[in-house]
Design a protein around this ligand. Structure first.
Ligand code: CP
Ligand code: NVA
Length: 309
């Protein structure tokens, strides 16, 4: 069996703007129903399998609670337990998963591992974070920005102050698709790589994306300032070097003041207060980080409804 790439969520490159908007509309509707105590259960008898190589709180919980709320079941395995660390051929694992699971979420290191799973599983596969992309987080960030600024985000300006990493790459793709201006503000050695920018411009010819090296200048007038950890999972050995490189890229009150008056602060969490963001900002009035965390669950429910019904 073959599942078309758009029936998986691997990078977001192959999702159209209409599909993204439809998903965000559905997530907002499901959130509203949830608040009113209504929880439709269209996935009774369906099974989600999650396979992780890295730790997770939000991703694992959001997919697990989403599947349970929709009436389905979920199972969690490490890659080791699933047999992906040498016990058997990854393609055989994928084909067995496809016979028993209705969807698979994978969190791992190389993007190619999620793509290989999707190629062979024959059921929708969702990227729960790789070294290169974090598409569920990016969609959630758009949902959170729509709550702050209304459904039409076109023309808004988002500045990501931090590393050109999985989270910022996916957010850049999501913004480009919806006509949102995106600036990566990073030290010169931590910009997006040329191959990524080329792929993004090919996928979204009108993408409004740029780079700034000086935070106070980059955030001037921004609608949202977003950041993430400086050293991602798997980069523990580079931590000291990154702490030095990003020392002038902390999101603090003066940086928030340089953005628009109604600007919001987003961070996918986990956060390090005193490193990429001050406590005053992340725990302050402009921060939407816990709405953003909750929104992972609403987005996950919308995603399963979209992919499985
Ligand atoms: N934001 C996010 O993906 O969090 P976890 O790593 O805890 O899943
Ligand atoms: N960039 C971070 C995101 C964690 C949700 C990491 O990959 O560790």
């Amino acid at each position: 069996p073959f599942v078309a790439p758009e029936n998986c969520l691997l990078t977001l490159f192959d999702w159209s703007a209409d599909r993204i908007v439809g998903l965000l509309d559905l997530a907002a509707k499901l959130k509203c129903q949830y608040r009113a105590g209504e929880c439709p259960r269209p996935l009774v008898g369906r099974t989600l399998v999650q396979i992780y190589d890295k730790p997770s709180l939000r991703t694992r919980l959001s997919f697990s609670t989403a599947m349970t709320q929709l009436g389905g079941n979920d199972l969690f395995l490490t890659s080791q337990e699933a047999g992906l660390m040498g016990r058997e051929d990854p393609s055989d694992v994928a084909r067995v998963l496809g016979r028993m699971a209705d969807a698979v979420v994978m969190r791992t290191f190389g993007q190619e591992r999620v793509e290989a799973l999707a190629a062979d599983a024959g059921v929708p596969v969702v990227n729960g974070l790789t070294d290169e992309f974090h598409p569920c987080q990016a969609l959630t960030d758009l949902l959170t920005l729509r709550e702050a600024f209304g459904d039409d985000l076109s023309g808004r300006r988002i500045v990501f102050v931090g590393d050109g990493n999985n989270v910022s790459r996916s957010l850049a793709i999501a913004c480009a698709k919806l006509g949102v201006r995106f600036t990566l503000c990073s030290p010169p050695d931590y910009e997006f790589d040329e191959a990524f920018l080329k792929r993004l411009r090919a996928a979204v010819p009108g993408a409004r994306i740029d780079h700034g090296a000086m935070p106070s200048r980059a955030v001037a007038g921004a609608d949202a300032i977003v950041t993430d950890v400086w050293a991602s999972m798997g980069q523990e050995a580079q931590r000291d070097e990154k702490l030095r490189a990003f020392a002038n890229y902390q999101v603090d009150a003066s940086l928030m003041n340089a953005a628009a008056d109604d600007a919001v602060f987003l961070h996918c969490l986990p956060a390090h207060r005193g490193e990429e963001v001050t406590a005053a900002v992340i725990d302050g009035p402009q921060s939407r980080v816990f709405d953003q965390a909750e929104n992972r669950m609403h987005l996950a429910r919308a995603l399963f409804v979209e992919l499985l019904t």
